[in-house]
Design a protein around this ligand. Structure first.
Ligand code: 6CS
Length: 353
């Protein structure tokens, strides 16, 4: 495993190449566009993960549907091809990319309300319950699209990627055990608040720097779903896995809104159907994935330990949740409070069923 970071110059060069290719495909002048439309367009779609990871599975299902049902093609860019998560979002907002998958962990600075997913112990961690919540939630399916719209983004799908698990250099069973540990968080302020409340020193880093920072002991831990801990090899450098039950990894797939609004009704329908097709697949794919990947990790390493916090141990972390929730409301005001109220009502519905 190598440190995967991308100097600005490389990112800029790739962006220029993408732009050049884009004007060949979707440019708005004359005969080129006419012929592109007759033959179908090439849509660019970037996500934050590697081959075979959850976002990649979603993207390829979307591509499959589009290509089977229209003359269009979808070109997928995986992590690193166009830089970090923030880079692919910028490229989408600029219209260079048509589609992007970005986790709220990175969207928090753009859409503060998206940080709601980082209030600990708010979301259920059970696979079936979380899937049901995403299918039925009014907050997810009706309120969030309006928030993304304000940033020029057409939110197409939000979906879970699995229970979040902490990895650390030592076993952690209480907030005291986190003292003195730098724990990497994605770059959103509320997740930092969570880890501060948990007793750790939150250390925001883009993904490309995480493996190297663990390897060199700049950080002593991080959090992610099990499939990612396996596929990114994080257990090699952070072998103590702790199931705290505090969160679900959530992600979001969206389109540049100007592009989306400019599509024909037929193509909008195609995009919606392709999204539904991919989402439905993911809702079946994610349940059980964590257990399967944990087996792979354990088969590969003798060093790995697995700690599942008892109810009592969890309670010590759960007690910190109200202060993080307060921070969320402080950061997002009335709009955030309204969203949180709906979120809780939707969650109650799921637990009641
Ligand atoms: O921790 C991260 O930054 C990454 N984790 C996942 C599961 N997907 C993408 C994200 O960049």
């Amino acid at each position: 495993m190598t440190i995967r970071s991308f100097p600005g110059a490389i990112v800029a060069a790739v962006m220029m190449a993408a732009l050049a290719a884009c004007s060949d495909n979707g440019g708005d002048n004359g005969s080129k566009q006419a012929s592109a439309e007759a033959e179908g367009q090439n849509w660019r779609y970037a996500h934050e993960e590697y081959e075979g990871d959850v976002q990649d599975v979603f993207a390829y299902k979307f591509k499959e549907y589009v290509e089977d049902n229209s003359p269009h093609t979808v070109q997928i860019h995986r992590f690193g091809e166009l830089g970090e998560s923030d880079d692919i979002m910028e490229l989408t907002q600029a219209g260079v990319l048509q589609f992007v998958n970005q986790s709220p962990g990175f969207t928090g600075s753009l859409i503060p309300e998206a940080q709601i997913f980082f209030i600990p112990y708010l979301l259920p961690v059970e696979d079936k319950k979380i899937v049901q919540f995403f299918k039925e939630s009014t907050a997810i399916n009706e309120m969030f699209p309006k928030l993304y719209e304000e940033q020029g983004l057409e939110l197409l799908a939000m979906y879970p990627e699995g229970e979040v698990v902490v990895t650390a250099d030592e076993k952690v069973t209480s907030p005291e055990d986190f003292h003195g540990k730098n724990i990497r968080v994605m770059t959103n302020p509320l997740l930092s608040e969570t880890y501060e409340a948990f007793g750790a020193t939150p250390t925001p880093l883009p993904w490309g720097e995480v493996y190297g920072a663990l390897q060199t002991n700049i950080i002593q831990g991080q959090e992610n779903p099990i499939f990612w801990i396996q596929s990114g090899g994080l257990y090699e450098v952070s072998p103590n896995l702790i199931f705290t039950g505090h969160s679900q990894f959530v992600t979001a797939m969206m389109a540049n809104q100007e592009f989306y609004n400019g599509l024909s009704e037929e193509d909008k329908k195609l995009v919606q159907e392709a999204t539904d097709y991919a989402r439905k697949h993911i809702f079946d794919y994610v349940p059980g994935l964590g257990e399967e990947m944990l087996e792979k990790i354990l088969a590969d390493s003798d060093e790995v330990t697995v700690t599942r916090l008892t109810e009592e141990q969890r309670q010590a972390f759960r007690d910190k949740a109200p202060q993080v929730e307060e921070k969320f409301v402080e950061m997002t005001g009335d709009r955030g409070e309204k969203l949180l109220k709906q979120f809780k009502a939707d969650l109650e519905q799921v637990t009641a069923e």
